[in-house]
Write a protein that binds this ligand. Structure first.
Ligand SMILES: Cc1ncc(COP(=O)(O)O)c(C=O)c1O
Length: 245
């Protein structure tokens, strides 16, 4: 018998990442049937004609040109000020909105997701993402005592499913005071889908409406009917404007 000293909630934990799993299967199939018989388009890495991993020459040059001290020294925990300013510029470009904006460095993309879940969701609340999603979203939510719900990402014509997003946003905001919505674009993992400008505008409209209805959260109705949803949006906007004159 094996005695585990892991905490009760962590006992027996295991998971296989779908993409790494598919990659392992493709590598095994190439070994078995021949590399010319298998096209491996699983993990997000570029290989050259000799199947060697490609690194962008500029990245390699800058990285290898860094002084050792720059490479090994501690950075401030929240990130170097110059870097943080450049991140904001890169994120907003010429569309930087007026208002308070700050950046903070984290340990990779997973760090961003972790910090966002922890700092923008109360215990027991639900985050939202599409039905195709990067598996660790769920693990991160579960580990921190939060839930993850999904909307159907593509409609029957393989178009981004804004009505499904709107309905879920409305449903969840009928139960909690705010919502963390996770959208992975461009090159969504695992589908590769990128939202078009029109899709993004639709998301912004949904989220702006949500922001406007936040003060009246408990009167938000659950509705999947686009006409009544539009009517409620207009009512919420009128209410918000008259309150904030
Ligand atoms: C959608 C998505 N978010 C976050 C990450 C994690 O990024 P990092 O490796 O920088 O933690 C990945 C990595 O595959 C990803 O696919």
């Amino acid at each position: 018998m094996i005695t585990s000293i892991a905490a009760n909630h962590a006992k027996g934990k295991s998971a296989q990442d779908k993409i790494f799993g598919a990659n392992a299967a493709a590598v095994a199939a190439a070994a078995k049937y021949g590399a010319d018989k298998v096209t491996n388009a699983t993990i997000g890495a570029i290989l050259d004609e000799d199947e060697k991993l490609v690194c962008l020459p500029t990245i390699e040059k800058v990285y290898r040109g860094l002084a050792t001290n720059e490479l090994i020294a501690y950075a401030p925990i929240s990130g170097l000020p110059d870097y943080l300013e450049k991140v904001i510029t890169a994120a907003f470009g010429t569309s930087r909105p007026e208002g308070y904006i700050a950046a903070v460095a984290t340990a990779g993309g997973t760090g961003v997701i972790h910090h966002t879940i922890w700092n923008y969701m109360d215990a027991g609340e639900t985050a939202l993402t599409s039905d195709w999603y990067w598996g660790p979203y769920k693990v991160l939510c579960q580990d921190m005592g939060r839930k993850l719900d999904t909307y159907k990402m593509l409609d029957e014509n393989n178009k981004y499913n804004l009505p499904a997003l709107k309905a879920k946003v409305n449903e969840i905001l009928g139960k909690q005071k705010s919502l963390l919505l996770m959208i992975n674009t461009p090159a969504h993992n695992p589908t590769g889908y990128s939202l078009s400008e029109e899709d993004l505008q639709g998301v912004i409209d949904t989220v702006s409406y949500t922001h406007l209805t936040l003060p009246t959260i408990y009167s938000v109705q659950i509705s999947v009917d686009p006409v009544s949803l539009q009517k409620k949006q207009n009512e919420a906007i009128t209410r918000y404007r008259s309150k904030n004159k």
